[in-house]
Design a binder for this molecule. Structure first.
Ligand code: GLP
Length: 243
């Protein structure tokens, strides 16, 4: 396990972007797992900057986003697909055919999840998975209690996640979808390399529990202690409760 503690959220994003482009240099057709969320915005901004400066070529990279709300289409401003378009993909042009999302409006969500994993296998599995962390320790939308063997599936969101994400739904809790699709923990652990980003004081307690607490289903991110190639990148505030 590698741990990097940097000044602020911008530095966290810049460091993660640097690690990603190093991997793309080694393997131009890298299979990259991506996540949405506030923590990721500076990371995508750094990647866009590097792309504009011709430091990276994404044209052979494939991406798979880790989660999506059930019931929202990609054109819905609150979907993760829209988030990714807005903050990243629309800014770097080309290569949309290599970009993959779970479709929260699929008629058969089970089939959608199975096909997603099949598509990942077909391109050789995820080389590098980028993760954020929820205040309850979720990774993707794998809420506390999720099996470490769980596969990509439909899940029910916990109260804390609904409250945290209400900010994207006009602060109206009733508007936040209760259900989501997420890559399972078992699927995430198959990534060859994992980088987890966290910033802000509000993540400090869960970051401490994830890294130094017991490996337990109560804190899904704690399972990463068992992964052979994981890098945690935190800002000072998120790392402030680490021993
Ligand atoms: C969201 C997403 C995760 C994300 C996490 C942290 O709900 N399901 O994929 O990593 O929670 O989000 P944020 O960076 O906004 O705190």
């Amino acid at each position: 396990m590698k741990l990097m503690i940097l000044k602020g959220t911008k530095e966290v994003g810049a460091k993660a972007a640097e690690l990603v482009i190093n991997e793309i240099k080694k393997k131009p057709d890298l299979v990259l797992g991506l996540a949405a969320g506030g923590t990721m915005i500076p990371f995508y901004q750094s990647l866009i900057r590097l792309w504009k400066n011709k430091k990276v070529d994404f044209s052979h990279v494939s991406t798979f986003n880790i989660d999506e709300y059930v019931g929202l289409s990609g054109s819905d401003k609150r979907s993760f697909r829209y988030f990714m378009q807005k903050h990243f993909f629309s800014r770097i042009g080309v290569w949309q055919r290599n970009v993959h999302f779970l479709d929260g409006r699929a008629i058969n969500l089970n089939v959608e999840c199975k096909n997603y994993e099949k598509n990942i296998k077909e391109v050789g599995g995820i080389d590098l998975q980028i993760l954020g962390i929820g205040r309850n320790g979720h990774i993707g939308f794998n809420e506390p209690g999720s099996s470490f063997k769980s596969r990509t599936r439909e899940v029910l969101l916990s109260e804390i996640t609904l409250r945290d994400n209400a900010r994207f739904f006009g602060n109206d809790l009733k508007k936040v979808p209760r259900r989501a699709l997420t890559m399972g923990i078992g699927a995430i652990l198959e990534a060859r390399k994992i980088i987890l980003l966290a910033s802000d004081k509000k993540k400090a307690e869960i970051v401490h529990r994830a890294l130094h607490g017991e490996v337990s289903k109560d804190v899904p991110a704690s399972v990463l202690q068992k992964h052979k190639d994981v890098t945690f990148i935190f800002d000072k505030e998120a790392a402030s409760e680490l021993d």
